[in-house]
Design a protein around this ligand. Structure first.
Ligand code: IPD
Ligand code: CA
Ligand code: CA
Length: 269
């Protein structure tokens, strides 16, 4: 796909996602307790996630019929393919169901091993974060960049607290304690996709979390890269799309976080 085709596909995909955002916002505050299912410990879902996903699949399929899908709610069969949409129809479901206005739609298009389009849409503020490979990262038409903060002491860092996988709790708390003492502050806002988008636009200097799924991060990874940021897994490697753990940030702060995470998670390495 050349740059123009990629850019057009990205912009058209944003339109599909904005429409789905209208549906999600319309349902805010309307979901009855009886309509909430528990998929796994603390992992909730309702008809809103599923219906949003169906709408996304329909709209994106019309734009690129040859692409396959990998979606959180499995309303369509997961299939590998040269092009694959990786979709989280509602990232921040717990916030949504508690009527906290911080949730998003996250869509990434993978080509072979690489994400070539990334979109995260913040439904309440109507903020569309989007990037295509080689084209830069944008927030509602404005180019965005990661921060240039060099000192940990000047940073604001986002994370996601473990809520079902408590195996690495001590290591995680060790990282948190260090960051509480050595940064401006930590935030747990409840949407991994938006945490990445906020790193891309400089609202956060960095973000880290473990026990993530590919659909949580597929939309945001390219945003961070195209905005001049960097990403790694907890060992400093590249396995952050499917590797279930991710650090993202401006390049200097990413390095500082990698060191801190290594010390706490892999003290003998
Ligand atoms: C969750 C959110 C949350 C993060 C979890 C994700 P969901 O996604 O992104 O911030 O901490 O790891 O699973 O379940 O709301 O789509
Ligand atoms: Ca998610
Ligand atoms: Ca979700």
């Amino acid at each position: 796909m050349n740059q123009d085709t990629l850019k057009n596909l990205c912009i058209e995909s944003c339109e599909v996602i904005r429409e789905v955002g209208i549906f999600i916002k319309h349902e805010l505050g309307k979901v009855q307790a009886s309509a909430i299912e528990t998929k796994a410990l603390n992992s909730l879902v309702s008809y809103v996630d599923k219906e949003a996903e169906k709408q996304l699949v329909k709209g994106l399929n019309a734009l690129l019929p040859e692409a396959t899908f990998l979606t959180e709610e499995e309303t369509v069969k997961s299939e590998a393919g040269e092009y694959q949409w990786i979709i989280d129809p509602l990232d921040g479901t717990t916030n949504f169901l508690h009527q906290l206005p911080f949730f998003s739609v996250s869509v990434g298009l993978q080509h072979k091993e690489e994400i070539i389009i990334g979109i995260v849409y913040e439904v309440n503020r109507k903020e569309c974060f989007y990037a295509w490979k080689g084209g830069g990262a944008f927030l509602n038409d404005k180019k965005i960049q990661v921060t240039k903060t060099a000192q940990l002491g000047d940073t604001l860092i986002a994370t996601g607290f473990p809520y079902y996988d408590y195996e690495h709790m001590q290591a995680y708390l060790g990282v948190l304690e260090n960051l509480m003492r050595n940064t401006r502050g930590l935030r747990r806002l409840g949407s991994a996709a938006l945490d990445l988008a906020y790193v891309a636009c400089g609202r956060f200097d960095a973000y880290f979390e473990y026990s993530l799924n590919a659909w949580d991060v597929a939309g945001g990874i390219l945003l961070v890269k195209e905005a001049g940021g960097e990403l790694s897994d907890f060992k400093g490697g590249d396995d952050y799309l499917f590797g279930r753990q991710l650090i993202a940030g401006n390049p200097q702060i990413l390095k500082a976080l990698q060191g801190l995470i290594r010390e706490n998670f892999y003290p003998n390495s």
